[in-house]
Design a protein around this ligand. Structure first.
Ligand code: FES
Length: 127
């Protein structure tokens, strides 16, 4: 007799009524050699800037907001880049002032930051 005959049916994934995080930020920290033709966000201080954003979020006491390091998101030429969900809003950032403004205005206040927003044409994406 096959032992699978008496196994329990697979359990359905646990469903929650609301998302775990209200806002989820992914910052690319991918790093390539300086000579790479696409460059990289990590080569432009993205890890330090992302970590600064995390510290600022903690200082502000923000809960249910997650800020994660991410790998390459295929927008290297625009970098450093981050994407914010649930909106799927893309931003370019270069300074501590930029990430602070994105955090305070977009993430906390729900007001986009046009001067840093990226408008991406999907047809221009690399492979
Ligand atoms: S290295 Fe950041 S998007 Fe590719």
């Amino acid at each position: 007799m096959n032992s699978d005959t008496h196994s329990e049916p697979p359990q359905a994934p646990v469903q929650t009524s609301e998302p775990v995080y209200q806002v989820h930020v992914f910052c690319c920290i991918n790093e390539r050699p300086e000579t790479h033709w696409r460059g990289s966000c990590g080569g432009k201080r993205s890890r330090q800037l992302c970590d600064y954003m995390c510290r600022l979020a903690m200082t502000l006491g923000l809960r249910r907001i997650r800020i994660n390091h991410a790998g390459c998101m295929n927008l290297c030429e625009h970098g450093p880049v981050m994407v914010i969900y649930p909106e799927g809003a893309w931003y370019k950032f270069e300074t501590e002032q930029d990430v602070a403004e994105i955090l305070r205005s977009h993430v906390v206040g729900g007001r986009p930051v046009p001067r840093l927003a990226l408008s991406i044409d999907p047809s221009t994406l690399h492979g």
